[in-house]
Design a protein. Structure first.
Lengths: 129, 139
């Protein structure tokens, strides 16, 4: 039981490094939670044209974007972090991360004791919550 | 039928095409379930005490399907169950368990069609090691 709790603490910490790292503009936190082969994706719809773009972001892109400010422009009083660990199976963890502007579905792997985000699918919320 | 039920049915249909296409060696069926930018990953044993993240693309999946990749799984282990399904607006996260695989899927909906964008999969711990792709090195 203690082992499972420690495992969940570590998974939650990785998810918070990702989410809080972005909104705090903390590139170091972002760097340490992402797998080198991160595939972060979204289907983004242009509200003016209705055209859909497939967006793919790498670890390098995420760390650079965070360093350049990330989500620091979001009003601090609107920030919240809801991390749900959906499932853990062997070396894989599935997490849902809800923040003010986004819902992120995360897939993590345990790489030599470190939980790292390897696949992400996210969306920008259409309605404020 | 509620819109929530309809969405779940649509997502389940995409999963059905993915598995159905794989085991029927039907590239058209599996192809319509997957996004062309599919990122399918798994951790595979490469040699003693070593592992690597293996990446499979959409085109590679079509190739493996056409090459009857599903033949490596005995028929009695091919049934699958969707054990978790969560969605928010145009994205979904699904867990699929079968005798051979535990697969975690991310799907996105575009023009009304749900397609698999990301996969992270592992072998079911009960799947015979000698049938695994990395049987030579698997612990």
């Amino acid at each position: 039981m203690m082992q499972n709790t420690q495992r969940e603490v570590a998974i939650r910490a990785a998810a918070l490094d990702y989410a809080e790292g972005w909104f705090e503009g903390d590139a170091e936190r972002m760097e340490r939670c992402l797998h080198p082969e991160l595939a972060k994706r979204a289907l983004v719809v242009d509200p003016n044209t209705g055209e859909t773009t497939f967006k793919h972001i790498t670890k390098e892109g995420m760390v650079r974007g965070t360093r350049e400010g990330g989500g620091t422009d979001v009003p601090r009083d609107k920030l919240f972090y809801k991390i749900d660990i959906v499932e853990v199976y062997q070396e894989v963890a599935i997490v849902r991360c809800d923040t003010y502007p986004y819902v992120d579905f995360l897939q993590l792997v345990n790489d030599e004791g470190n939980w790292l985000l390897v696949n992400v699918l996210y969306t920008v919320k259409r309605t404020e919550t | 039928m509620t819109s929530q039920s309809m969405v779940k049915q649509e997502i389940e249909a995409a999963v059905g095409d993915y598995y159905g296409g794989w085991y029927a060696f039907n590239t058209e069926q599996i192809g319509r379930a997957m996004h062309k930018m599919l990122a399918k990953r798994n951790i595979e044993a490469t040699e003693a005490d070593s592992e690597a993240l293996i990446h499979t693309t959409y085109m590679e999946m079509l190739g493996y399907t056409a090459d009857r990749g599903g033949d490596t799984v005995p028929e009695k282990l091919r049934d699958y169950t969707i054990t978790k399904l969560d969605y928010y607006e145009e994205i979904a996260s699904v867990t699929v368990e079968s005798g051979a695989y535990i697969e975690y899927l991310h799907l996105a909906r575009h023009r009304g069609k749900w397609r698999i964008v990301n996969v992270l999969w592992t072998y079911n711990r009960n799947f015979p090691k000698e049938l695994r792709h990395d049987a030579e090195y698997a612990a």
